[in-house]
Design a protein around this ligand. Structure first.
Ligand SMILES: Nc1nc2c(ncn2[C@@H]2O[C@H](COP(=O)(O)OP(=O)(O)OP(=O)(O)O)[C@@H](O)[C@H]2O)c(=O)[nH]1
Ligand SMILES: [Mg+2]
Length: 232
């Protein structure tokens, strides 16, 4: 692990459908890495600061290092279309706790199409869980296909929901043209190690300038019931 440098923190986005375990994954990363890295967290919820409260209550980090953005709109709006509130929250954290190594930004739970703007995060992971069904990786979308890392989460539940994790992981790799996939359970130490190894490798690439932020691509144009048409 290289020594921390004055370059700004690696900004890492965590996106994925509602309830797949994004906040828990951030908690797991904070527990595993806060001894070696200076970390901050920004959560996004539509109406509340529930996720920030949960993480503060879990005691994974100094509560001051966990900030909440209330999006008041579709989660994808605040992580992609107008990133102002999130960018300010990240920059405030970086200024208040300088120098940070890692800022984790959790998207509000959305659908399969929401991804972060590369203007907000340097890298992003997309979180699915086995409880969403083994076929979900085949449904595609920009996050599944092109996020920097795909996480298939809650593998400990696989026997209970009749899902073949190995098959889901393999189909994930196929859908991603070889981009990495981690099968994760917070109760499986080796899987947590695989996740933290990926974060360390990505941070090292960010510091050396070898990592280029990628845009997984926009969500499909869609309309809302009030007639608003979104072309992202
Ligand atoms: N069995 C099991 N449950 C998990 C795991 N990770 C998270 N959960 C549970 O899944 C539920 C949802 O977890 P969260 O971390 O709140 O999910 P989220 O994606 O942040 O949810 P939203 O922010 O509401 O979209 C909680 O009940 C967690 O305890 C895991 O590895 N295994
Ligand atoms: Mg959450």
């Amino acid at each position: 692990m290289p020594e921390p440098t004055p370059t700004r923190a690696l900004r890492l986005g965590v996106a994925g459908p509602v309830g797949t375990g994004k906040s828990s994954l951030i908690g797991t990363l904070c527990r595993a890495l806060s001894g070696e890295l200076q970390i901050g967290v920004v959560t996004n919820d539509i109406y509340t600061d529930e996720d920030a409260q949960m993480l503060r209550a879990a005691g994974v980090l100094d509560p001051e290092r966990i900030r909440a953005v209330e999006t008041g709109a579709c989660p994808h709006t605040a992580i992609r279309d107008d990133i102002t509130a999130n960018a300010i929250a990240v920059e405030d954290l970086e200024a208040d706790f300088a120098p940070l190594d890692l800022v984790l930004v959790e998207s509000g739970g959305d659908n399969l199409t929401a991804t972060f703007s590369p203007a907000l995060v340097d890298a992003q992971l997309f979180v699915l869980d086995v409880a969403g069904g083994g076929d979900v990786v085949r449904k595609g979308g920009p996050g599944i296909a092109r996020a920097d890392l795909l996480v298939v989460n809650k593998t400990d539940l696989a026997p209970h929901v009749g899902v073949d994790v190995d098959l889901m992981e393999r189909q994930g790799r196929e859908a991603r043209g070889g981009r990495p996939v981690v099968a994760l359970s917070r109760t499986d130490v080796a899987s947590v190690q695989a996740l933290t190894d990926w974060v360390r490798t990505t941070l090292a690439a960010h510091r050396s300038g070898a990592h280029q932020p990628q845009d997984p691509g926009p969500m499909a144009p869609h309309s809302h019931a009030d007639g608003t048409v979104h072309a992202h």
